[in-house]
Design a protein around this ligand. Structure first.
Ligand SMILES: [Zn+2]
Length: 306
């Protein structure tokens, strides 16, 4: 079997479901989702290992230990998925390997922003003992999301790359997975048939119990629990047995600033995209005809044509 190809899952920032999507990808026998440290760490594989792999086909053996759980034989897989690398690193390699696909997660900007208001507030207080104002979060979010999309637009190819719609993913996971697997050139497998890790993420034992516990702050969820190492969670506090529930998707609409923020974002995204989420059109636009046309048009506008 030939060495696995390379693909990348890219996001503008956290808070956009990358861990759920990457763990689903890892559940596919032909795909290997790497950890965030892969090709970027001290001690593990480095950026130069990726260069050597792509230019001289020297397989970076250490990468075998830089994959999500459940671990698998990397050489039996057909594609390694880089975990949120900088897009510019992928664009650099695409100069020589234009076939490398990017999976990019897009989420309703307004609800994504409200997630960050909460995150930055907690993080600022805990880490910097600063209360981050909503205005500061807005400016940071706008700069981060828009520069990421601008960068994506310059090199986006709908035949090679795939936009993962966060809202569609939570509402109909199998149909979004089908798009991902098709983009990566592997067989389509349903979510319930993908492999799931059912052990302790520290010692690997499968003698774990299911317990109701608090995870990620205040949420009570059923989690795997090892009698020696406690709660078994993946990167980003990913709960291996989390229940998928799309009911949170429209909660942003009851935020007191929902109308003001929607109006602000309409100025960069256009009112069509913002209205699409406000009207929860992802529930009826199940084939994504409207979503794809809105996103492709948006990326087309962002692309600088010479
Ligand atoms: Zn353990």
């Amino acid at each position: 079997m030939s060495n696995p190809k390379i693909a990348a899952l890219i996001t503008a920032s956290g808070g956009i479901g990358s861990h759920l999507i990457l763990h689903k990808i890892q559940g596919h026998p032909d795909l290997c989702a790497l950890t965030e440290a892969a090709f970027r760490s001290q001690g593990g594989t480095t950026k130069s290992d990726l260069k050597k792999y792509l230019s001289q086909n020297i397989f970076p053996v250490k990468v075998v230990n830089e994959q999500l759980l459940p671990k698998k034989d990397v050489f039996e897989t057909s594609c390694l998925i880089l975990n949120k690398p900088p897009l510019k690193m992928i664009n650099y390699h695409r100069t020589f390997h234009p076939e490398v696909p990017v999976l990019y997660i897009f989420r309703n900007p307004v609800s994504f922003y409200f997630t960050w208001i909460k995150k930055w507030k907690e993080y600022g207080e805990r880490r910097y003992r600063r209360t981050v104002t909503d205005v500061a979060v807005f400016e940071w979010f706008k700069a981060t999301f828009m520069s990421s999309l601008f960068e994506l637009a310059q090199n986006y190819d709908s035949e090679r790359d795939s936009i993962i719609s966060f809202e569609h993913f939570f509402n109909d996971i199998d149909s979004e997975l089908e798009r991902i697997f098709t983009c990566l050139g592997v067989s389509v497998i349903k979510s319930e048939d993908l492999e799931v890790f059912r052990g302790c993420s520290t010692c690997g034992t499968e003698k774990v119990e299911r317990k109701e516990m608090k995870v990620r702050g205040e949420r009570v969820e059923e989690v795997l629990h090892c009698h020696r190492h406690g709660v078994s969670l993946g990167p980003g506090e990913y709960n291996y047995i989390r229940k998928e529930d799309p009911s949170f998707l429209n909660k942003w609409k009851s935020h007191p600033d929902a109308a003001t923020i929607s109006e602000k974002f309409s100025k960069f995204f256009g009112s069509d995209i913002i209205e699409y989420y406000k009207n929860e059109e992802y529930l009826t636009d199940t084939s994504r005809i409207k979503f794809d046309s809105l996103i492709h048009e948006f990326l087309r506008i962002l692309k600088v044509e010479v």
